[in-house]
Design a protein around this ligand. Sequence first.
Ligand SMILES: *[C@@H]1O[C@H](CO)[C@@H](O)[C@H](O)[C@H]1NC(C)=O
Ligand SMILES: *[C@@H]1O[C@H](CO)[C@@H](O)[C@H](O)[C@H]1NC(C)=O
Ligand SMILES: *[C@@H]1O[C@H](CO)[C@@H](O)[C@H](O)[C@H]1NC(C)=O
Length: 330
Amino acid sequence: MALYTVAFILAFLHLANLTPLFLPKEEYHFKQWMLQYNKVYDLEEYYHRLDIFTRHKRRIDYHNAGKHTFSMGLNQFSDMSFAEFRKTFLLTEPQNCSATKGSHISSHGPYPGSVDWREKGNYVSPVKYQGHCGSCWTFSTTGCLESVTAIATGKLPLLSEQQLVDCAQDFNNHGCMGGLPSQAFEYVKYNNGLMTEDDYPYTGHDGSCNFKPELAAAFVKDVVNITSYDEKGMVDAVARLNPVSFGYEVTDDFLHYKDGVYSSTTCKNTTDNVNHAVLAVGYGEKNSTPYWIVKNSWGTNWGMDGYFLIERGRNMCGLAACSSYPLPPV
Ligand SMILES: *[C@@H]1O[C@H](CO)[C@@H](O)[C@H](O)[C@H]1NC(C)=O
Ligand SMILES: *[C@@H]1O[C@H](CO)[C@@H](O)[C@H](O)[C@H]1NC(C)=O
Ligand SMILES: *[C@@H]1O[C@H](CO)[C@@H](O)[C@H](O)[C@H]1NC(C)=O
């Protein structure tokens, strides 16, 4: 009788569009999650977020009960709809990233079965957090230039994303509204340098350019695009040279990535769908599924300490559509 009453009230509220159907257990999970991530809402917001959270949680549980190469989990984004997430964190302007003919020249291998630049030396900086700004492209850029500089000089700098947000507009970049690593490398090349994170700190907002030439800490001699869809060229570059910046399409199944090799049937694979930029720091293979090791810019709480693996060899989500890296000064 009591259960029937509860169900009836929930159904009534649902029909009245006041609150979704959820179970007490689900609300309990939500409250635990709120505590974990220090979330506070007013009452109306609470039910709205509980609704979104519950949908995500059910999807995550359903996914994890099936057989997949990756698992999903709750994270700091679990109260956001994908539409909200896209607006806040992804590239909002369509990016024309095509490099139909890139200038990367591949060797003919052979390549090692696995490569991880994090293990080769002090070549990869810690995972950073882009905040509420579509500046992923700046983190992909600094990540790659930091590594390229470290490999060339033996010293790993921490470079300024904010300088790219504020100053790289002339190269078809748009601050928190998006941009492309290849275009940001071009900016650094023609601007004659990028400052450090310390000298030009990250705010996560569009601001006016405050570049100080005397404080430039890293340089680009030239920009190398890898020809669109030449994923073997990416393997060649990562195996022989350095980590590589690339773009791909994030779809809603990616938000709750937790670990394993991400693979999707919903994302698209062409240059005009790219909405996120990241850094390939290595590759490998697990249970005969080849993958990339990728550094993201959503903090260390997301994914595998801020990293993810994504299937390699099939242009998954367009990851081979636009990849690039800079050449250091000699
Ligand atoms: C992207 O490229 C297409 C085809 O070359 C062109 O029509 C379109 O205007 C470009 N869009 C932007 C935002 O540059
Ligand atoms: C590299 O690709 C970008 C777009 O992704 C393009 O703007 C740039 O001109 C290309 N650079 C070279 C050297 O081909
Ligand atoms: C994109 O995916 C479709 C369907 O799997 C495939 O037929 C096509 O060749 C892919 N295109 C590229 C550029 O990878």
